[in-house]
Design a protein around this ligand. Structure first.
Ligand code: DAH
Length: 358
């Protein structure tokens, strides 16, 4: 046991010298680990006679406790130091000047779809989605547009190549197929909107081959055309952020609704400036109507039990009217100067409580 003082001195020196937690752990293993110096001494106890073992055992235990305590306090000190260093490293200087504003902008189409979604969500509508690549059934047939119906020609459809069974997929010409998918998959009551991309083989001043629509659909037992008009009136005043927007329904025809109406909103054009609100002019913003019984039937919904309305609006048109964007084609030119001018700051998410537009 003459090694005791030496072992104590070595172990305590190693603990004191440990500059970090790894070194401290190494010192602990060297003294108290399975093969450590103190553990080795403990192993010799067995070979002693009872009296010697008693004194040596007590001494060794004291040594063990002493070294363990030294390790514990060194550990606490090292951890405190590590925390201080980390706090210093991660300190934020709140007096630094703000970073330059990000140059990225939210495209007006995305912004307007967010705004529309916020408004309809408040009215209890859920967002539904469908694929851009559709089939004939969802895009036409189920919407009461049978083969050879003239409405098919009017849609200037982009078709894919023929498949072995003779059918052809297509790029959806409107968001109305999302109505069909929703009705096939959900039991009424239904209250959805479906914003998304649509495609028509058409390109001039006022048409782009890809554009966006938002579809609305409400199905239950009692919803009628008055609800449709009230819903759209509420929507346009909130969307355009003006107190009063006159809404006019003009009788029209869509295969998937009966009766059908085109929706106009009031505007004035004083001094060459277009203003949404009461005035002499009218602007068409979309189509609407009561869902045709044939459409309900195609989706397995009994028209004697259920009824409801649908509407469809062009997103670009709504964006142009709200934000005074004069040319449709600029939406898709990816001109950074245009985006910087008409785009929105990414953190200004439109909400009804926080404001649609800031
Ligand atoms: N799908 C029509 C189109 O693209 C727009 C439309 C009109 C949708 C009337 C509707 C509706 O849901 O009821 O021209």
């Amino acid at each position: 046991m003459q090694d005791l003082d030496k072992i104590r001195a070595e172990a305590l020196a190693a603990v004191a010298a440990a500059a970090d937690l790894d070194a401290l752990e190494a010192a602990r293993v060297a003294a108290l680990g399975k093969k450590g110096s103190i553990s080795a001494l403990m192993a010799t106890l067995g070979r002693m006679d009872a009296e010697a073992r008693k004194t040596a055992g007590a001494e060794l235990n004291r040594l063990k406790d002493e070294v363990a305590e030294a390790i514990a306090s060194a550990k606490a000190a090292l951890e405190a130091k590590a925390l201080d260093q980390r706090l210093a490293r991660e300190r934020i200087d709140v007096t630094l000047p703000v970073r330059p504003e990000t140059t990225g902008r939210v495209h007006p189409i995305a912004q307007v779809m967010e705004e529309m979604t916020a408004i309809f969500a408040q009215m209890g509508f859920e967002v539904a989605e469908g694929p851009d690549i559709e089939d004939d059934f969802h895009n036409f047939t189920a919407l009461n547009i049978p083969a050879e119906h003239p409405a098919r020609q009017m849609h200037d459809t982009f078709y894919f190549g023929e498949r072995p069974d003779g059918s052809r997929h297509l790029l959806r010409t409107h968001t109305s197929p999302v109505q069909i998918r929703t009705m096939l998959n959900t039991a009424p009551p239904i209250r959805i909107i479906a914003p998304g991309r649509t495609y028509r083989c058409d390109s001039d001043m006022t048409h782009t081959p890809m554009f966006h629509q938002i579809e609305g659909l409400v199905i239950d037992r009692t919803t009628h055309m008055g609800h449709l008009k009230g819903c759209l009136m509420e929507f346009v005043t909130t969307f355009f952020e003006v107190d009063e927007v006159p809404v006019r329904f003009r009788p029209s025809f869509f295969p998937f609704t009966e009766p059908s109406a085109e929706v106009d909103i009031g505007c004035s054009r004083e001094g060459g400036e277009l203003k949404i609100g009461p005035g002499k002019g009218w602007l068409e913003i979309g189509g609407s109507g009561m869902v045709h019984p044939n459409v309900l039937r195609a989706c397995g919904i009994d028209p004697d039990e259920y009824q409801g309305f649908a509407f469809g609006m062009g997103v670009e048109r709504m964006a142009m009217l709200k934000y005074g964007i004069p040319d449709l084609r600029t939406f898709f030119e990816s001109d950074l100067r245009w985006l910087k001018h008409y785009g929105f700051l990414p953190l200004d998410v439109p909400t009804l409580s926080g404001g649609l537009t800031r």
